[in-house]
Ligand binder design. Sequence first.
Ligand SMILES: [Zn+2]
Length: 273
Amino acid sequence: MNTAYPMPSAPKTLFEGNLLLKSLDAEDRALLAPHLERVECQRGDTLFSAGAEVSCISFPCDQTVATLIVAMRDGRGAETATVGREGAVGGVVSSGFLPASTSAVIQIGGPVLRIEAVRLQEAKRASASLRNLFTRYADCLLAQVLQSVACNALHPIEERCLRWLLTLQDRIGTDVLPVTHELLAAMLGVQRTYLTRILRTLQQQGLIEVGRGRITILSRSEMEEVACECHGVVVRHYATVLGAVSNSAGRLVSVDPPPATGATGSAEPVALA
Ligand SMILES: [Zn+2]
């Protein structure tokens, strides 16, 4: 902490929309507040492109959702991580200044708080609790990506589809998900016609209702039973490493990172990376 920084002049609500920022104490908020910029993002906006230098860290707020997408030369692509108000994108693992390995695209529009990577680095140098928070979050994000790799290789498309819908519901907190066939097909890396068959099967099972531009989750508990283990594994990792708490409907409502551990008290990566 550095008490030379002024207390935040920004309204308290600045931090409310994103759970990582909301978990910060007053001193850490004071370090970041002068440098946070709120922007409104639309679906399809690119936060950064693969190969470009990452200069900003973006924190999705409220119901805003961004995905990290790897695009192939033939034009196809697939989602590798879905990030909402529980997290951040852009140099979370590398601390910025390095070329991005993926693109980050807004899938559900809304407010995003941005901070220049260099400003966040300064704040992390000044605050052990900020370093602890971001180290723990980076571990969770990596765990989510690694679980996706295994899921994509081992589990059938229906279960991958359920995993992504549950992951999205955790982040936006409603039963009605503003998801088009086109978007879902792009996330899963499959043809639209193939996806339509998958959705019909899931609808016949009574798990979802497919509407125009939306998918409604009819029974989250049944979906969790039918889905592969991957969603639950990632939720438990977030709970253990980041102190993430979900409400009874599955929505992520808070994070409360445990203090840094280890003999030196430094916030070294917990399990991965
Ligand atoms: Zn899976």
